[in-house]
Structure formats: C-alpha cells, structure tokens
Write a protein that binds this ligand. Structure first.
Ligand code: PLP
Length: 372
C-alpha cells in the first residue's frame, strides 16, 4: 500500500503480542520452546515408529478429552487441511446428495467442490446473506448436511443442531473447534485445520467422527466408487486408528497441536477456552458498538462470532489504512477478508490471544483513527 501515514504508537498502546491473524494464528511461545528443547527426539524420525506414533496418540486422546467425546466417537487425522478434507468428503462421505449452507467464502468453497463431482447429484445450496447464516432444511433426498460452525471470512457463527432428518451432519469447524461449545450428539463429523483456534501450523486436518460417520466412511470405502488413495477417508480412518496418517505428515504440526491441547486441558479445557473467547469478544464488540466510526459487521449479536470479529468502519475511515498503520507498528494481520470487499478489520480472538492485548489493540485503533 502506498502512502501509509506515519503514525507511531506510544509503547503503552502496543499489545504484548502483535499477532491477530485468523489463520495462521498466534502460536504459543511455550509450544515453540517445547519443540526447540525436546523436538530433536521427534523431528526427523519415522512417522511409523513409536516416537511419533505416541505423540499422535497423545494428541488424539487429548482432543477426545477436550471435546468430551461420547464412547464410540473417534479422532481422525490426515494430511492437507480442511480444503483437502472437502475433496475427501466428496469421495468418501457424501453418498449421493449433500445440502450446503453457503454464507461465506469457505462454506461456498465446499459446495463448489461437490458441484464438480461427476459421481454425485447436484448439491442443494442454501445461500444466506453475508453477515448472517441460513439454517438447514430437512430434505429426504439429502444424505449429508454440510454446516459451518464459524464462517471465518464473515465472522458469523451458527449453532450446531442436527436437522430433524436422516442424513449425517458434517461440520466445518476450522475456526470454531476449541473456542466454541458444541454437543457431539449434534454432529457426525466435526473437522478442522489446526492453524486457527489451536494455534499450531497448517497442513493437517483433524476430524471428530461419530459411529454413524465412521459407518458412512466404511460403507463408501468398501463400495466400487473410485477414489485416489491419498484422499481415501477409509484409509485415513484405518491409519488414524493406528496413530498414523496415510502419507507423511508435518511432524512439527502434530507436535504443536499436542502441546496446545495439553495446555488447554491444563487451563480448564473447552469451558475455559469458550469463556476466554467470550470475554475477548465482549471487549471487542462493546468497543465497536460504543465507537462513533466503527460497528460490528454482523448485526445480530447472537450471530457474532466469539472467535473472529469483523468490524466495519464508516466511509470516512479506511480499514486498509488503519491495518497498514498497525502493521508498521508490528501489529499484524488485522485486515478483512479480501474477497468480501468490506471496509473492515478482522481480528482473531482465539484462546491464545490475550484479552488484554485485544483491549490494547482497540485503544491503538482509536489512537490511529484520531490522527488520520
Ligand atoms: C481456514 C479455513 C478453511 C481452510 O483451511 P485450510 O487449512 O487452508 O485448508 C476452511 N474452512 C474454514 C471455516 C476456515 O476458516
């Protein structure tokens, strides 16, 4: 960006940590140090041997505990992130027809993957306005309902509730899981990438699977439908049960997730994380509501994400300029999601982000806007 106004923030308006990106998001220094100190026994060793498999096992058990998964639910993992999971789901989770709630860039992307799949029926796509969400509509032809717990691009969250219908429920929980409450009885598949709420690194997907979800994976895996082995959910399920992945994973990502999950359990588990995100979001939204130049993009308070805040500015104040000035001061990744085209900042309020840092950030933004 050219012509960034030169505004230097006073030191008391600089957050202790300047990472506010919604993914990749702030990684705990403690996790990075742990990797540095103990990682030599782990990094650069075989993912088929006990050294790595025990960490994958600890990660899977920790996640099971974090989400209080009922008996019979499993934790799966695979290489490639949520985007890769969509491709796998088109092969190994949707039998014939899916229903998608499309209310942002990520929920729309999954629908597009399915639209192109020649072996599936045309998906039913229920579009919502940007800044709100639609609800699933029971349809006897649908065998998979695709929900998104938190639309990271718009900052809209929705409750996860099973529609009154047959068909499994698959939830993209990439920026929700670990920061929002969820009842496992309301989903069959709850999948996420770990570089958002879990403050780890990308390249991996993790999925919580109900018995009905596993049954669907096994049924389609045993059918004669062609699937590239790399994308096979049946292969991923079998490997996960042995604390492995189908192909080589990023070991550092697994290490960082395990470290993050341990720390969340130590702090008080999902209840602690949810309360912390709620506190942070209260700070950010009440600041925006009281502001004479900023306001929450999502008008219904119940739909405002507690994990990712989208804050619009009045016409006279450029969010891009504010974000650029923040960057000059070492405060990073506060810009809105490009494709949305809003005059907006987007701030991660994940559990790793200190609520006090968000409070300082709101004051820094006020300071900058007063001087523009
Ligand atoms: C970030 C994100 C994705 C994509 O994750 P990748 O790891 O980049 O594939 C998908 N869905 C949601 C809701 C996201 O926030």
């Amino acid at each position: 960006m050219s012509n960034i106004p030169s505004i230097e923030l006073p030191s008391q308006l600089i957050p202790a940590d300047g990472r506010f990106g919604s993914g990749p998001s702030k990684v705990r220094t403690e996790s990075l140090l742990e990797l540095g100190v103990t990682g030599a026994n782990f990094m650069g060793t075989s993912h088929r041997q006990p050294g790595v498999k025990s960490v994958v096992g600890a990660m899977r058990n920790g996640i099971k505990e974090l989400f209080s998964l009922p008996d019979g639910y499993e934790v799966m993992l695979g290489v490639g992130g949520a985007s890769s999971f969509w491709a796998s789901a088109a092969f190994g989770l949707i039998e014939k027809k899916s229903q998608h709630l499309d209310f942002g860039v990520f929920s729309g992307k999954f629908a597009k993957v399915v639209q192109g799949a020649p072996h599936l029926d045309e998906p039913e796509i229920i579009k919502g306005g940007m800044g709100t969400h639609p609800l699933p509509v029971p349809n006897p032809e649908v065998d998979l309902y695709a929900l998104t717990h938190n639309e990271t691009t718009t900052g809209v969250m929705m409750p996860i509730e099973r529609p009154d219908a047959a068909g499994i429920v698959a939830v993209d929980a990439t920026s929700a899981a670990g920061g929002m409450a969820v009842d496992p009885n309301q989903f069959d598949v709850y999948y996420f990438s770990p570089q958002k709420v879990f403050g780890a690194d990308g390249g991996l997907w993790i999925a919580l699977i109900s018995p009905a979800g596993a049954e669907r994976i096994e049924k389609l895996g045993d059918s004669d439908r062609w699937v590239p082995q790399f994308l096979s959910l049946k292969a991923a399920l079998n490997n996960s049960r042995k604390d492995q992945t189908t192909n080589t994973p990023a070991l550092s990502t697994i290490f960082l997730v395990r470290s993050q999950v341990d720390s969340m359990l130590e702090m008080g588990g999902l209840d602690w994380a949810v309360a912390r995100c709620a506190k942070s979001s209260e700070i950010v939204y009440s600041w925006a509501e009281a502001s004479d130049y900023a306001y929450p993009f999502v008008s219904n308070p119940a739909e405002r994400s507690t994990n990712v805040a989208t804050i619009n500015f009045n016409e006279g104040v450029s969010a891009d300029t504010v974000s650029a000035v923040l960057r000059e001061n070492g405060i990073l990744d506060t810009g809105g999601y490009r494709a949305l085209g809003e005059n907006q900042l987007r701030l991660a309020m994940f559990p790793n982000v200190e609520p006090s840092d968000l409070e300082t950030l709101t004051k820094a933004i006020d300071y900058i806007v007063e001087r523009l």
